[in-house]
Design a protein around this ligand. Structure first.
Ligand code: ACO
Length: 326
């Protein structure tokens, strides 16, 4: 027994920041950003907390699933950082929802949502849960250096959520890690221990863009092929790929290598930028509500991120929520 997705949700800050808005703050332009990344605008938190975004996504997902928070057996939050080191974002969310179940965070960076689905799969396999909420929520605007034009233009804030129930819609899943901080990192706060002799590192995202690009394209191609094969399917059976919304050129290059028709690769990076692990579940929610999916469609999710981590899975869509095409 694995799981089925029975509800989806998403939540974003109100404030839209366009490339032209960024050009007022930095030496950059829409002409530079859009062709290299596919990003036109992103949402950036002004008054919202990470919990606000997670809560909005979670409530949407519960509403579309038709279940109440008291029915949840576990809450998993994929996040790089909630509002506090402790309590975890998942615990704060559990309290805010009025749920009564275990809750914990998972840090798999941009692959965090896939890591959380993998953990949820184990709960269902052991019969330890009937309903699990997985929320990925990120506030990248508090992690990037707003003076570094090579990174801050890429990211946005947001959250995506799914409610899972018992079922057999997860056909295969794979997560990987290749540990190291060389290519992509965001050091933690240094603290003020009078005994600490280690170097204080800037507490912002550093990325070697070109090396991450190469890793992303090759790992997406490898992971998608592997999970599709594990599911006993071929790429022709796949209706849609939901890739990590990092950069349209990465997505296009991976699609080209996989020989997947571009219309079967779903994106919303133009409106949201890279929201790290929140990107895939928020895109899933957008497409589910738009009626993109039909019952029985085969969906592939594929992500890569800091760690370096990757994750991919194959799901059969059996129709979360009310907006459903037969
Ligand atoms: N506006 C204007 N100019 C810029 C900007 C900007 N926002 N950012 C960089 N530049 C300049 C650089 O200063 C450099 O100028 P120089 O040649 O005078 O030194 C020039 O543009 C080229 O810079 P590169 O970093 O070499 O640009 P590149 O063509 O590699 O594109 C990019 C950068 C878009 C980040 C690319 O490397 C990329 O797509 N990387 C993939 C990484 C990625 O998208 N990661 C997503 C986040 S990771 C994750 O999700 C886990």
């Amino acid at each position: 027994m694995s799981f089925s997705i029975i509800g989806t949700g998403s939540g974003f800050p109100e404030r839209v920041v366009t490339n032209d808005d960024l050009a007022q703050l930095l030496d950059t332009s829409d002409e530079w950003i859009r062709p290299r990344t596919g990003i036109r605008e992103r949402r950036v938190a002004t008054k919202e907390t990470v919990l606000d975004l997670a809560l909005a996504a979670a409530r949407n997902a519960l509403d579309s699933s038709g279940i109440g928070p008291e029915e949840l057996d576990c809450i998993l939050c994929a996040t790089l950082r909630g509002d506090y080191f402790t309590p975890s974002l998942a615990c704060l969310l559990q309290g805010a929802l009025g749920a009564d179940c275990p809750a914990f965070d998972i840090n798999g960076a941009c692959s965090g949502f896939l890591y959380a689905l993998d953990v949820a799969d184990c709960y269902f396999a052991r019969g330890k849960a009937q309903k699990i909420m997985v929320v990925a929520a990120e506030m990248m605007s508090k992690l990037v250096d707003w003076k570094d034009r090579s990174t801050c233009v890429l990211f946005g804030d947001g959250a995506g959520a799914v409610v899972l129930g018992p079922g057999n819609d997860l056909l295969s899943i794979k997560v990987t890690a290749k540990g190291g901080a060389e290519l992509l990192r965001a050091p933690n706060v240094h603290g003020n221990s009078p005994f600490d002799e280690t170097e204080e590192l800037p507490c912002v995202v550093y990325m070697n863009g070109q090396e991450v690009y190469k890793f992303a394209v090759s790992s997406m191609q490898r992971d998608v092929q592997e999970v599709v094969q594990q599911a006993g399917l071929t790429l022709e059976d796949v209706n849609y790929i939901l890739p990590h919304q990092a950069n349209i050129r990465i997505i296009d290059a991976a699609a080209h290598k996989l020989k997947m028709p571009r219309e079967r690769i779903l994106t919303n990076i133009d409106r949201h930028g890279n929201t790290s692990g929140a990107g895939i579940p928020a895109l899933l929610d957008e497409c589910a509500r738009a009626g993109t999916f039909h019952r029985g469609d085969i969906l592939v999710m594929s992500s890569f991120g800091s760690g370096l981590t990757t994750g991919a899975c194959v799901l059969r869509w059996s129709g979360a929520g009310k907006e459903q095409k037969e």
